[in-house]
Design a protein around this ligand. Structure first.
Ligand SMILES: O=C(O)CCC(=O)C(=O)O
Length: 298
C-alpha cells in the first residue's frame, strides 16, 4: 500500500478574485493539483442550461443508442454505461454529448483569460486545446463513480501531457460526488490500470479513497490537475444531477502516443507508441502561435 502526505485542500487552494498566477502555477507544479475558487462562475448559467438540455435530449435518444466497447452511445454523442441495481433504467449517463461543438458557453470557458494565464505559466507560451470539452454527468440517486485513475492511462503523451481544468457546475460535496485528488502523484509515472465499472482505474488494493484528498466546492470552482495526478469521484447519492465540465490544454507540439479505454487496448496501443506523430492531432490555439514543423506532416 502506497502512503501519501497528509495535506489539506487549503494547501492547494487560491481564489479567482485575488488570483496570483505565479503562485497558482507553483502550487500546480509542486502538487499536480490546484483549486481556483470561483473561476468559472461567469459561464455557469449558460452552461447549466446547455448541459441539462443535452441530458434531456440524450435520454430521449436512448432507444437509438449503439453498443460500443465503453458502453452505449446515443446519436448526439452521449456515452451511457450500465446502471446500478434498483435504478429507474438499465443504462445511466456517464459522458454527456456536450462540448465545444454544441455549447458556445462551454467553448468560451476554454478561452477564459485567467484559466489560460495559469496554463501558460505551467506549460509555456504556445497552447492548444486537447479534445472538444468533456462533461461527466452523474445522475441522481446512484449515478456512477469514476474510480481513482490517472488520465495518462487513457492518453499518454509525448511531452508534458495535458493540463485539465475540471469545473463544478453545482455545489459538490461528499454526498453528490466531490473530486478526490492525490497531491504529488503526478511524479509517479503512469501506474498499471485495470478494467473497472468506469473503464480504466487503479487497483483498489493499491490505491483507496482514504489515500486521496476530497475537494468539496461550490458551483464555479475549478480544479486543475496534471494528467498523471491520481483522481476520481464517488457515486452521486443526492437527489439531483452532479455534472462537471472539463477543459484540457497542452503544448502545441505535444501529442498522444498511447490511447486506450481498457487494459487490453492499452497493452496493444503501447506496442504502437513509437509510430505516433503530431500530424492530425492539432487542437485549436488558445494562446501563442504554432510554428510549422516539417516532421509534423510525416
Ligand atoms: O466526474 C468526475 O468527477 C470525474 C472526472 C474524471 O475523473 C476524468 O474526467 O478523468
Amino acid at each position: 500500500m502506497v502512503t501519501v502526505s497528509n495535506m489539506t485542500v487549503e494547501d492547494i487552494e487560491v481564489f479567482a478574485d485575488s488570483l496570483d498566477v505565479a503562485q497558482a502555477a507553483s502550487i500546480f507544479k509542486r502538487h499536480g493539483a490546484l483549486v481556483v475558487r470561483g473561476l468559472t462562475k461567469k459561464y455557469l448559467a449558460d452552461i447549466v442550461r446547455d448541459i441539462e438540455n443535452t441530458a434531456r435530449e440524450s435520454l430521449a435518444l436512448l432507444p437509438l443508442a449503439v453498443k460500443r466497447p465503453e458502453g452505449w452511445t446515443t446519436p448526439n454523442g452521449t456515452l451511457f454505461i450500465p446502471a446500478p441495481a434498483g435504478f429507474e433504467r438499465d443504462k445511466q449517463i456517464m459522458v454527456l454529448g456536450v462540448g465545444y461543438q454544441t455549447s458556445a458557453a462551454f467553448f468560451r470557458s476554454a478561452f477564459d483569460d485567467d484559466a489560460v494565464n495559469i496554463v501558460e505559466a505551467i506549460l509555456g507560451p504556445n497552447i492548444e486545446l486537447f479534445m472538444d470539452g468533456q462533461c461527466l454527468y452523474k445522475e441522481p440517486v446512484g449515478g456512477h463513480a469514476k474510480e481513482l485513475h490517472q488520465d495518462s492511462a487513457y492518453f499518454e503523451h509525448r511531452f508534458e501531457g495535458p493540463v485539465a481544468s475540471l469545473n463544478y457546475v453545482v455545489d459538490t460535496d461528499l454526498v453528490n460526488g466531490a473530486l478526490y485528488v492525490v497531491p504529488g502523484s503526478h511524479r509517479l509515472g503512469t501506474l498499471p490500470h485495470i478494467d473497472t465499472s468506469s473503464h480504466l482505474g487503479l487497483d483498489p488494493a493499491q490505491w483507496s479513497w482514504e489515500q486521496a484528498l476530497p475537494v468539496t466546492g461550490q458551483a464555479g470552482d475549478s480544479i486543475f490537475f496534471h494528467y498523471r495526478t491520481i483522481h476520481g469521484s464517488q457515486t452521486n447519492r443526492s437527489a439531483k444531477p452532479r455534472p462537471v465540465f472539463i477543459n484540457r490544454y497542452r503544448r502545441v507540439d505535444d501529442y498522444v502516443t498511447v490511447g486506450a479505454t481498457s487494459a487490453e487496448g492499452r497493452a496493444a496501443a503501447e506496442k504502437r507508441a513509437e509510430e505516433a506523430r503530431k500530424s492530425e492531432q492539432r487542437g485549436l490555439m488558445v494562446r501563442g502561435y504554432r510554428k510549422f514543423e516539417v516532421d509534423q506532416d510525416d
